[in-house]
Design a protein around this ligand. Structure first.
Ligand code: ZN
Length: 153
């Protein structure tokens, strides 16, 4: 395999740093609620970002755009290479759904935190607290809702 070009490496670095921002913010909130999580457990379906093993709770932190979240930010259509992005995001959504299903089949509760949920840290914190208190239903997702009647691009 050829090493990536310098331009490609720069793009990959930029994407990575954008992705870790929301995850770090969620981890910071969680640290104030309950410790004992592990990160990026490769032995679980979908390699969840944050895992509370004893509680069997797997948390994913998703960027709204990349994961096609049903919110204003997630619905934003890229102007260039629209077909490429649409295809990529559709594949991400399929992969995400499969991971959540596989985790549920193994008896795990899952929680997806979309980056837009970070706009209201107090509400997010309350939701995380209830998830850690095992109040949240399996397969919960946290984030803004698309305004009623909004057309998905
Ligand atoms: Zn969103």
């Amino acid at each position: 395999m050829k090493p990536p070009s310098p331009e490609r490496s720069a793009v990959m670095r930029a994407v990575k740093s954008r992705d870790t921002g929301p995850e770090r913010a969620v981890r910071k909130l969680l640290a104030g609620i309950a410790r004992g999580y592990r990160l990026h457990r490769a032995d679980l379906p979908g390699k969840p970002d944050i895992v509370y093993g004893a509680r069997k709770l797997a948390i994913f932190v998703h960027g709204c755009f990349w994961h096609g979240h049903d919110c204003p930010r997630g619905a934003r259509a890229p102007k260039t290479n629209a077909d490429y992005w649409r295809g990529k995001i559709a594949r991400n959504r399929v992969r995400d759904a499969k991971a959540l299903e596989a985790l549920a089949a193994l008896g795990w509760r899952t929680l997806v935190v979309y980056e837009c949920a970070l706009k209201d840290p107090a509400a997010l914190r309350a939701s995380l607290e209830s998830a850690l208190g095992e109040q949240a239903p399996a397969g919960a997702a946290l984030g803004e809702q698309a305004p009623a009647g909004a057309a998905l691009a």
